[in-house]
Design a protein around this ligand. Sequence first.
Ligand code: PGA
Ligand code: ZN
Length: 426
Amino acid sequence: TIQQVRGFELLDSRGNPTVAAEVVLSDGSRGFAASPSGASTGAREAIELRDGNAKRYFGKGVTNAVGHVNGELSDALVGQAAGDQGEIDRLMIALDGTPTKARLGANAILAVSLALAKASAASSRQPLYRHLGGDRTPVLPMPMMNIINGGAHADNNVDMQEFMIVPVGAPCFSEAMRWGVEVFHSLKALLKGRGLSTAVGDEGGFAPDLPSNEAAIEVILSAIEQGGFKAGQDIALGLDVASSEFHRNGFYELASEGKRFSSAGFAEYLGRWVDAYPIVTIEDGMAEADWEGWELLTAKLGRRLQLVGDDLFVTNTGILRQGIARGAANSILIKPNQIGTLTETLAAIAMADDAGYSSVVSHRSGETEDTTIADLSVCTAATQIKTGSLCRSDRMAKYNRLLLIEAELGQSARFAGRAAFPRSLP
Ligand code: PGA
Ligand code: ZN
């Protein structure tokens, strides 16, 4: 039985307030979780409730959301059986009463939802990934590590948001991490040697000014080689174009290159990159409003590589269903706070599975030390995680949690490996 629900206003990795919650059960088990926060948010995401009081935290305070945890949510949940996560999540959704969780706040509801799952796991004396996974065999995900940041996550001139390395040749999770870290340090030395900035963006990736978006790919390829790895075979590339951020009046505008494309033109542009570079995954290659562009891009490249919908799907089964019907993308990014409960997050992964879409579990650019997504990536059929670069503890906490899960599983630890990318590697 749920005995206590408490909310807290904590601070995230960007120094902005965020909601955390603790759930205590009658047997004394406790769960604690914090909501993350995006910067390049999708227009259709669940609503993050902020106070808007300019006198506190420039309007970003979350005392109202925390008040809802301590008030309405606590009142509704205390005394309820803790065992049925779906039931509690549905109760919170009904209590909120809006389609976007705008009244109580998705940041409030998600913190409680995740804290409840952790309390239940503690009560059953199981790690979270076991508690949530049931009979399913745990699988360590392929990490996609974002080592150059641009777009809304950095103050450099790079238009595209994330340039990721994907150690497709690594035999296990810890080796994938080592390979990634070695490339990260090689990249730092390389940038430094060229007199470029080694300061990092919101997700811990380097954020130098570069002559073009393609230059980010070129410098990463050099870092892969300098680290002693083969680009493509050992370490492939992934992009989050986050193109909704530079889609204006129906055109894709790359300010750093002074270029402007129609949807078809931009699909051609990305297609040339796929021909030239070992790219295995592209997220938000088209903008959230550009369904026709998505259909076009998927028809053109969808058999060759993973096309992930983030802003497009916002972890929402209603929108994902439309996308599947229209043949838009072949993969979904999974961010629990885009939808606001654990149950709905798991439903999005299940729907993707059924449709043959892959799932990529993801952090937000504003994070905390909370590591729930690491367990989530292991217990579900998701075989990939993206949780930033290889520095900053808000990012490393998730990777470290996965390293500990791998150690805990020992000989029985399975790694998604290359099979996470069923489409042919370039
Ligand atoms: P966000 O970025 O958390 O700022 O939305 C992450 C992403 O776009 O994948
Ligand atoms: Zn994204």
